[in-house]
Design a protein around this ligand. Structure first.
Ligand code: ARG
Length: 595
């Protein structure tokens, strides 16, 4: 469906052209003075000089040319040369009826892209054996929502978790396990039999082992060397270490999947850094043969600076002087692998913005050395830090790293208490249902709290604010949806049906304002995806929820005696519910039926 704003602009362009004016001046925008009009065109002012006419004269000419046009209820020329527009109610209602037809496929008039792309999205980025903490939260939440937007618009989106499963952390765990359980067959080089199927540790142990080992390696040089040696041996075919490593991955991934599920986040691919290793030798050979890579201070590097750089971009290091690979090497080899397996049009990385320089190096190196074609887009979507109320990175009360599970459980408990406090004789919930709904609302609080901020900015994770049912929050959006569902329910319980009802011409300002908000929907996800900006979807649903609640407070709906009018109201509510639910689905959460 053509976007409302495009439709209006097109009509405006027609008027400009008929009067002999350049149509490029005919752009229409949503009014920034909603008290005066709904849309506006300021082109007459810009045109005045060229046309050698007073802006108000031009505006008046256009206003008369548009008099009687089916799109407008009012076209007003205002000094010094504004064109203030109000949409015709019949036109708006027709537009929404067209949108209603898209209810069955939940697209509500939003078109799919003309040329679907294959887009890989690298997000999540957890590290094996380290518990998911709030630092990983943003990547998962933002990445998932971008993936969903892309799918909604008809692209093929491939999400890859890109596990950190290959570095020194593996050697550290192996070393610590060896200290604790030296008799395990994995450490016996003479052992030729089959290794046990069961891992010799639980996830809880694993999560304790890693920080312990990491701490020890900082204090004990000898320990660190052993860990580096273990890493080297793991990467160079030590059979026992490899078997142990597989246990570590399996135990870790099982736990990670559980956590991501709770976040309503899922990945098409569970590839890790280790999967890229086989691609390294050939990649390095090509870089050398192509004359891109050279030895500098013992290390193999590729220059990536460009003339236009305003700050220094250091060379991209491909191999350390001892021949060991690095984070860079793995990321580059991963691109090789992705190009071979999926040949994507684009790869988007949703990673902490502090890694921006690093990705600049990697992307330039990949382009320069021909790992990707010129038309393959590599895009870094860097996000800011999630801070506590003190403005410092979010921590536990004791100052430690906050585990994701702990954070979510805390918020769920809070929501549960709120739900229970809301119980009365009209609403009684079983503990089980209340718990389920609490989890749903908690997720909306966390995700909306994050996504409503521009990704690149730091933000303050304010639990009290995020969990409030009022204001610009996830729970407020859910509350609005639940309010609609409850009205629709009562309508049905009174013996009516919601099937086949159509939106009607607006009868009040608040109804028209709601209709106008709804009519914007088909441009929202599109522009949010182009800009990779889920916060645009949040801003939209907040406006839409406000418009709905305003309408609700001003209008008798269930008590409306005029049946046709009531039906139109119900249709409007149902359309609002549908659009809101579609938007939150794209953001990665959902609404309960009551709360
Ligand atoms: N595991 C990394 C970290 O925790 C993030 C990975 C980001 N993705 C990538 N392709 N490098 O910092």
């Amino acid at each position: 469906m053509k976007k409302l704003l495009d439709q209006i602009t097109q009509t405006m362009e027609g008027a400009f052209e008929r009067l002999g004016f350049d149509k490029s001046y005919a752009r229409v925008t949503v009014s920034n003075r909603p008290d005066l009009c709904e849309f506006q065109c300021n082109g007459a002012m810009a045109l005045a000089k060229q046309a050698k006419k007073a802006p108000i004269d031009i505006a008046e000419q256009i206003a008369s040319a548009l008099a009687g046009n089916e799109l407008f209820e009012e076209v007003q020329a205002v000094k010094p040369g504004f064109l203030n527009l109000k949409l015709a109610k019949t036109y708006l209602a027709d537009y929404l009826r067209e949108m209603e037809k898209g209810a069955s496929n939940k697209h509500y008039g939003c078109e799919r892209v003309a040329k679907p792309q294959t887009i890989m999205i690298d997000y999540g980025g957890p590290n094996v054996a380290k518990p998911l903490h709030v630092g990983h939260l943003r990547s998962a939440i933002i990445g998932e929502s971008i993936k969903r937007m892309g799918i909604f618009l008809g692209n093929t989106m491939i999400g890859d978790v890109h596990l950190g499963d290959w570095g020194l952390q593996m050697g550290l765990i192996i070393t610590e396990l060896r200290e604790r359980k030296p008799d395990l067959p994995y450490f016996n080089n003479a052992f030729a039999g089959e290794y046990p199927k069961e891992a010799p540790f639980t996830i809880a142990e694993l999560e304790e082992i890693y920080p312990t080992a990491s701490q020890k390696s900082k204090e004990d040089e000898n320990y660190k060397e052993r860990a580096m040696q273990a890493t080297y041996e793991l990467q160079n075919g030590n059979r026992g270490y490899h078997a142990l490593w597989q246990h570590i991955i399996k135990v870790s991934v099982t736990d990670l999947k559980k956590n991501y599920k709770r976040l309503n986040v899922s990945f098409e691919l569970w590839k890790g850094e280790s999967d890229a290793q086989p691609y390294i030798p050939e990649m390095v050979r090509r870089m050398k043969d192509g004359g891109y890579a050279y030895i500098s201070e013992g290390a193999l590097v590729v220059d990536v600076k460009e003339e236009t750089d305003t700050k220094e971009i250091p060379p991209c290091m491909i191999l350390k002087s001892d021949g060991a690979s690095l984070y860079n090497t793995t990321d580059l080899a991963t691109i090789v692998q992705r190009m071979i397996s999926y040949n994507p049009n684009e790869i988007i990385y949703v990673v902490d913005k502090r890694q921006e320089l690093y990705f600049t190096q990697v992307f330039r190196c990949a382009k320069k050395t021909g790992i990707v074609n010129d038309d393959t887009k590599l895009y870094f979507l860097g996000f800011g830090t999630m801070n506590g109320k003190d403005g410092k990175p979010f921590k536990t009360r004791e100052g430690g790293v906050m585990r994701l599970e702990t954070l979510l459980t805390g918020i769920e408990d809070k929501m549960y208490e709120k739900i229970m406090a809301n119980q009365n004789e009209n609403q009684t919930m079983s503990e089980e249902e209340a718990r389920e709904i609490a989890a749903q609302i908690a997720l909306s609080a966390v995700k909306y709290g994050d996504l409503s901020n521009q990704a690149s900015k730091d933000y303050i994770f304010d639990v009290d604010r995020f969990t409030s049912f009022e204001g610009n929050t996830g729970p407020y959006i859910l509350y609005t949806i639940v309010r609609i569902k409850s009205i629709l329910n009562k309508y049905v319980q009174a013996g009516h049906s919601t099937e086949g009802l159509c939106v009607g011409e607006a009868h009040s300002d608040s109804e028209k304002a709601l209709q106008l908000e709804l009519a914007k929907f088909n441009g929202v996800i599109e522009s949010a995806f182009v800009e990779l900006a889920p916060h645009r979807v949040c801003a939209y649903i907040y406006d839409l929820a406000n418009a709905l609640n305003h309408f609700y407070h001003e209008t008798k709906i269930l008590a409306e005696p005029d049946e046709a009018l009531q039906q139109a109201y119900i249709a409007l509510l149902d359309l609002t519910r549908g659009v809101l639910e579609t938007c939150i689905d794209v953001l990665g959460f959902s609404a309960p039926n009551r709360m």
